[in-house]
Write a protein that binds this ligand. Sequence first.
Ligand SMILES: CC(=O)N[C@H]1[C@@H](OP(=O)(O)OP(=O)(O)OC[C@H]2O[C@@H](n3ccc(=O)[nH]c3=O)[C@H](O)[C@@H]2O)O[C@H](CO)[C@@H](O)[C@@H]1O[C@H](C)C(=O)N[C@@H](C)C(=O)N[C@H](CCC(=O)O)C(=O)O
Ligand SMILES: Nc1ncnc2c1ncn2[C@@H]1O[C@H](COP(=O)(O)OP(=O)(O)OP(=O)(O)O)[C@@H](O)[C@H]1O
Length: 511
Amino acid sequence: MSLDITQAVTLLDEHDLLKTVTLTDAHQQFQHVDYNSQTVQPDTLFFCKGNFKPAYLTAAKKAGATAYVSENRYEEGQGMTSILVTNIQKAMSLLGAAFYGFPQNDLFIIAFTGTKGKTTSAYFTYGIEQTHTHDRVALFSTIDRIVGNAPEDRFKSDLTTPESLDLFHDMRHAVDNGMTHLVMEVSSQAYKKNRVYGLKYDVGIFLNISPDHIGENEHPTFADYLHCKEQLLVNAKTCIINAETDHLADVYYAAKTTTQPENVYLYAREGAKVQLPLDLDVTFKNTNETLHQSEFQVNAVSEKAKQLAIDGSYELHVPGDFNESNAASSIIASALSGASYEDAKTALTDVDVPGRMEMVTSKDHGTIYIDYAHNYGSLKALLSFLRLQTGAGRVIVVIGSTGNKGVSRREGFGKALSEEADVAILTTDDPAYEDPKKIAEEIDAHIDHQNVKVQYVMDRKTAIETAIKMSTKDDIVVLAGKGEDAFQKVNGVNTPYPTDVTIAKNAVEEL
Ligand SMILES: CC(=O)N[C@H]1[C@@H](OP(=O)(O)OP(=O)(O)OC[C@H]2O[C@@H](n3ccc(=O)[nH]c3=O)[C@H](O)[C@@H]2O)O[C@H](CO)[C@@H](O)[C@@H]1O[C@H](C)C(=O)N[C@@H](C)C(=O)N[C@H](CCC(=O)O)C(=O)O
Ligand SMILES: Nc1ncnc2c1ncn2[C@@H]1O[C@H](COP(=O)(O)OP(=O)(O)OP(=O)(O)O)[C@@H](O)[C@H]1O
């Protein structure tokens, strides 16, 4: 891969991003692009972005960077080509795509956004596309990034949506590995930080929106959060929208700014209340639901949806009524890429999602669910589903809340627990620089003690063991918030943690 200076400058100019260029060599050719001085190699085009310190440029130059792109000129860049731009994040995304040879042009891209369900729907779709494409599909998710079928092509993600240079690097890798399709999650931060600037999707899916990720380092307001999420639809050739979402009018009109209505698909549960007088394209309804699986029926209503040939019954072994909605979006999205009803039906029956509705059973105690629910909306959806299924038993929840971020979640947890739980065991979940006991007290302040018995067990492993031991056969034990997370973030350090699933399995064995 390479990029020459003329191509770089022309591209930036075409996008109105260029301020000035000071060249050291009119025929400069870059063999690498990088935004981290610690990994710079000779002939690198270096990007100065974010909380940048001039010393990083000194280090980059020393390591062999020959040019830098920045919003500001730096003395430390003397002797290097400088490309000054109006927006460094946009410039980096454009030049990243160019450096890696626009790999997006060789991929059918299905992209999900939403407050809840992105990872789950992405895994469902990935499963369907594996069947449809015979394993020529990549996945960029919060959990894993998969760029091929060899073990080394599968790694843990750092961000839901990678930084632009990493994104295009991994896309290139996927294309070179023979991948033809990509399923990806797009976070609102990715738009806020222009990590996906210039990227178009073949299919963009909007799942839902509720207040989240609003705070100092994320979005200043809900309006900003919604605006960023809507950009996915603005950049999609075909849009799929969950018609049950809040703010449907805003979302639908955002899609229509760049997409004709005939390329917008609306889906909802049969009989659901839809906020706008819009015709639905696809409906779904549950036909049989248990704690372990659900069966549901999908019906194409509009003429264009009928062309997709997705009508029929489906089975999911990832329980939760919200997962039927997630699956409906995946079925429509993959059908638009050419997948058949059989592809979707077969894949959905087998698919599972790490840390989402994972189940551990015990002989004489309650069934244990490990789930990543970590805000009011997801905890409420999870607990109300389980509550409906429990019958006589209790809902016992082990939960903490993260430190130094998502502070409003604490009130939400208190509310959801009051509405749906019988016992809450408050514990530790990524406390960062805060005292986990104080966080637990904040959750507790919003719990209705008439409805919920509360215990504090700050060691998460002991909390899980306590919950399992106290449960009887009819009870359900919910380990919320961490999914398959193998770390506790404490005082800036990722402290290894055996995972909720492992602790639960060991606890059951020792009963
Ligand atoms: C607020 C925010 O979005 N920050 C992201 C951003 O940070 P930044 O650009 O300020 O970079 P920085 O790490 O402060 O460092 C500044 C620059 O100096 C460079 N550097 C640094 C040290 C050095 O020795 N040499 C050097 O060159 C760094 O490589 C960087 O380019 O770019 C970094 C990658 O380049 C990200 O890791 C970082 O994400 C932070 C840590 C993060 O976790 N963000 C969360 C909020 C996020 O984006 N989450 C969403 C999911 C949530 C959602 O659903 O919305 C996600 O997509 O994951
Ligand atoms: N459609 C949905 N509506 C409400 N809650 C959901 C939905 N789908 C999943 N959930 C709940 O939210 C949790 C997180 O789901 P998932 O990881 O798929 O969402 P996400 O959008 O990727 O979340 P995040 O942005 O927090 O990583 C699940 O464990 C489940 O409890």
